[in-house]
Design a protein around this ligand. Structure first.
Ligand code: GAR
Length: 208
């Protein structure tokens, strides 16, 4: 059984999708063993506690730079025997030491079809604001491995979602979450835990 450590900063609806999938027996080969939050007030912590999942808080505010924050995080991941790290609305960029130590073992969910609307500054609601500004008719979500390039790692799964007339960023965000993120994140986690994702030359392949 692989230990899944979920990193969060906010509401935690993607964490909830993982918890629900686990309850339905759909995270085959894995178990959410710990939730780590960068913010003490993240509602995601409540969701974890309500489901008897151990939690840790490593407040980003208490560290002056990314390197010292990553060091503390790295230590915690080691202590938790993390096999897979899931970034589920985690709003801090990881530094090289963690990315190297957990190469192709860190999964992120991003609320657009990468390579559109991604990279520095594209997070949360901003992503949907930009998609609406551009007038795209299709957007969606991507689950990918994390590498040194922001939102640039091997793509595992993607799902398209329609943009509709009159959408606000909030309405579009909700549709993307419901129709894409909450489905493909648990699916990718389950595939990983069954050793069914192989990365060759920077491309992720799903195996039978
Ligand atoms: C989600 O839409 C997730 O894709 C996004 O933040 C939201 C977190 O919601 N992540 C990013 O933008 C990362 N670049 P949640 O806390 O309810 O899961």
């Amino acid at each position: 059984m692989k230990n899944i450590v979920v990193l969060v900063s906010g509401g935690g609806t993607n964490l909830q999708a993982l918890i629900d999938a686990q309850k339905r027996g759909e995270l085959r080969g894995g178990k959410i063993s710990c939730v780590i939050s960068s913010r003490p007030d993240a509602y995601a912590l409540v969701r974890a506690r309500e489901n008897d999942i151990p939690t840790r808080v490593i407040p980003r505010k208490e560290y002056h730079d990314n390197a010292s924050y990553s060091k503390a995080l790295h230590e915690a991941l080691y202590q938790e025997y993390a096999d897979l790290i899931v970034l589920a609305g985690f709003m801090t960029i990881l530094d090289k030491s963690i990315i190297n130590a957990y190469r192709n073992r860190i999964i992120n969910v991003h609320p657009s079809l990468i390579p559109s609307f991604c990279g520095d500054g594209f997070y949360g609601l901003h992503v949907h604001e930009k998609a609406l500004e551009k007038g795209v008719k299709l957007t969606g979500a991507t689950v990918h491995f994390v590498n040194e390039i922001c939102d640039g790692g091997p793509i595992i799964l993607q799902k398209a979602v329609e943009v509709k007339n009159g959408d606000t960023p909030e309405i579009l965000q909700k549709r993307v979450m419901e129709q894409a993120e909450w489905k493909i994140l648990p699916e990718a986690v389950s595939l990983f835990c069954q050793d069914r994702i192989k990365v060759t030359n920077g491309i992720a392949y799903i195996t039978e």
